[in-house]
Design a protein around this ligand. Sequence first.
Ligand code: B12
Ligand code: SF4
Length: 468
Amino acid sequence: MKDVLLIFPHANSGVDGTKSMNTQDQLTGFKQIKDSILQRVIKKAHFAIPPYGLMLLSSFHDPEINFKICDARFDALPYDHDWDLIGISVHTGAFNKAFDIAKQFKEKGLQVVLGGPHVSLFPDECEPYADSLVIGEAEDIWREVLSDLKYGVLKPRYESDRYPDLQLVPGLSKSAIDITNYFTTNLIQTSRGCPFLCDFCNVSLMNGRKIRHRPIDEVVKDVERQLESDRRVFFFVDDTINSDPEYAQKLFTRLIPYGITWVGQATVALGAQTQVLKALSKSGCKGLLVGIEGLSDANYQAHHKTQNSANTLRKHIKQIRSAGICVYGSMIYGLDGDTLETANAIEEFVEESEIDIPGINLLRPIPGTKLFERLALENRLLFDEHNLAAFKYSWAQELQYKPRHIKIHEFIESYRNLTQKIYTFENAIKRAFNAPSIHLAILMFNLAYIHMYGLSRRDLAYQLKYKL
Ligand code: B12
Ligand code: SF4
């Protein structure tokens, strides 16, 4: 029997951290206690879902392999066991943590394999820290890795020359995690690949532009199986659940009899896909994160988000909400077409469209994206482009580039003002009351954001004063 430990490292910042990036050490007394309690509550109630990629790897059943997942957000790293293989998921923005963990296990003489988005995008940077790399999606390769492990001959690199057929995705096993740690463990991905090319995202680079689906029967079986061990809400982790309307309509119509409640992510165009919207709503969809990003077509052109149209945004959001589905509107202030006036336009839009959870993000130049390359060329990055570790996940807590039309200090002040106005107790209560469904969840989310955007304001003020 081989013992394989799969590790999801804990990021210091971003949604895993929900703590100040700069002033944490300076907090004392009541503020320190309050922040640490809220940090714990938010982690559990809000974002704590298990690492789906690692759960999939642990679902490749093999009678000679025993899988354990260590989610470092909750579990201590088990250095005292003699593991046959350590697998670590590496994300850009938190790779230093992953490399540190790899080093410590390698010093004990254990074998380490690295995989995940950062390995797929920057394999050469990861190579020194691992015995083996798995580059790209792993479904084609993982059985080979496990078989090589049994024969004691791991290869330095595993990479498939094509994107895997999603028939290979196994039904999700939950035996390698502690399901009580999480808000829910019901995760499903129905499709991979994105035909769009938004310049701040690297999904089409990692998963290709052609959409690949899991067979509908398999997804339905997966839902049935997951319901046996956990009856909580489902999270469909697809980037865009409506990217293939025909598939979405068929799938969610099949899921109607199961009576599940679910949340996911979609493009705003869903508002115009009447039949798909109906199927989603009837199958139990209660909330969707919708990528609004900017409010003008000029911005959509500048950032290649051409699937959105400023004209129809409000109408489509209204249609989605009328179907009983809450909208988490993910927006970005600081896009290339934005001026200081944009802050007012965003505030007005949030009010008028009645989106249930507004996400007001800073543009994030993730290494590997077209945006990162362009900002580096235009000399607009506020961190060293050759030092990937300087890019950190952040909860809108750090400005990482120079906006095109707005001076940095004016932009930071304007962003801080905007979030101060949008995230108030009064607004939280109003949004929860007006929400088309799941009122309590909407209240909790909005309350959590009061705290989290408060952290953002604190850290941005610190950055402005001491780091710029
Ligand atoms: C759902 C999701 C979330 C959820 C849940 C994450 C979770 N706990 O699973 C939430 C909302 C919490 C979230 C948060 C964030 N996310 Co997110 N998220 C996604 C999304 C849409 C799906 C993730 C997923 O489940 N994919 C499906 C699984 C099967 O893919 P996978 O994890 O990559 O795993 C496969 C391979 O990579 C490989 N693999 C992965 N790990 C390992 C390890 C080993 C040992 C091996 C062999 C193989 C292997 O095998 C798997 C099977 O093929 C992706 C986009 C995407 N299409 O993947 C973004 C994505 C992962 N997120 C991203 C980002 C930036 C974030 C945040 C920083 C956002 C923020 N502002 O804070 C945080 C960071 C949190 C964190 N510490 O990771 C980026 C990461 C970019 C990068 N280069 O690292 C992505 C790729 C989206 C993008 N814009 O490019 N996210
Ligand atoms: S942001 Fe969404 S729609 Fe745009 S490329 Fe990424 S996954 Fe596709």
